[in-house]
Design a protein around this ligand. Structure first.
Ligand code: COA
Length: 260
């Protein structure tokens, strides 16, 4: 697939995906969502990629939302289809991806942009970042999981206020709310994310995927997270990574995980 709106670059163990529509503040149109789906699927299949980082091109925006010009004349059914396919292709897809995905929020993360960042496994922001879900100011509500993931991350009261006021918070407020884990300068953002990624790459890929699955289970309706944890914990005992990790510890050497 040729990408028109994103860039994907892989180094040894990290794939960096940049949304690349800076003249539109990286707004997410349908084509961009499809390209992101393709690039994420490919990176997840690539044995060398242990961590994926998503960011926005340019210095101004991570993603300033879903592309308003694309859905401005949609009817109810088209609106539902937009949300359904977007959630399936991108937002739920990222949340459940076995490979960890870090959002490097380098500027505005609004609407679908903040929803994209919230679907990632965790977030780091640069100090110029501004975040919010301003959809009600357009007469619509967040449709890419924002009404669900924002309360999970910052609590119901704060999420209500942010969504109902259509307000924006800055990076330090987002840090205080727990919406982002760290704040850096813009220049330090990617090196900082790569540093965290390099800590992840030292660990067992199969155990990491199992941990993502077990943590996500807490937020799934009708699923008992403790039972998923027991199941995933048990499965780890049958993996090469477990044999390698425990042997390496006992032999006082660094583990060399195959990811099997
Ligand atoms: N969808 C489509 N186009 C968008 C967009 C979006 N979500 N966000 C920004 N753009 C476009 C603008 O239309 C403009 O395009 P143009 O130059 O062809 O007119 C370009 O990106 C630059 O944006 P601009 O508004 O001129 O920049 P600014 O610095 O004055 O304001 C924002 C920045 C982020 C405050 C403003 O762009 C904004 O409010 N965007 C929409 C945010 C939003 O409501 N997102 C939720 C969507 S559901």
């Amino acid at each position: 697939m040729t990408y028109n709106h994103i860039l994907s670059k892989s180094t040894d163990t990290i794939t960096l995906i940049s949304i690349n529509r800076p003249s539109k503040l990286n707004a997410l149109n349908i084509e961009t969502i499809e390209e992101l789906h393709h690039a994420l699927k490919k990176a997840n299949k690539d044995k060398n990629t242990k961590v994926i980082i998503i960011t926005g091109s340019g210095e101004k925006a991570f993603v300033a939302g879903a592309d308003i010009s694309e859905f401005a004349d949609f009817n109810e059914d088209e609106g539902k289809n937009l949300a359904t396919s977007g959630q399936e292709l991108l937002f739920d897809f990222i949340e459940n991806l076995p490979t960890p995905v870090i959002a490097a929020i380098n500027g505005f993360a609004l609407g679908g942009g903040l929803e994209l960042a919230m679907a990632c496994h965790f977030r780091v922001a640069s100090d110029n970042a501004k975040m919010g879900l301003p959809e009600v100011s357009l007469g619509v509500i967040p449709g890419y999981g924002g009404t669900q993931r924002l309360p999970q991350l910052i609590g119901k009261g704060r999420a209500m206020e942010l969504i109902l006021t259509a307000g924006m918070i800055d990076a330090n407020q987002a840090l205080a709310y727990g919406l982002v884990n760290h704040v850096t300068t813009q220049a330090e953002l990617l090196p900082f994310c790569e540093k965290i990624a390099s800590k992840i790459t030292r660990n067992s890929p199969v155990a990491i995927s199992a941990a993502i699955k077990a943590i996500n289970a807490h937020y799934e309706d009708g699923i008992n997270g403790f039972e998923v944890e027991i199941e995933e914990f048990g499965n780890c005992f049958g993996t090469d990574d477990f044999a390698e990790g425990t042997s390496a510890f006992l032999e006082k050497r660094k583990a060399d995980f195959s990811g099997e």
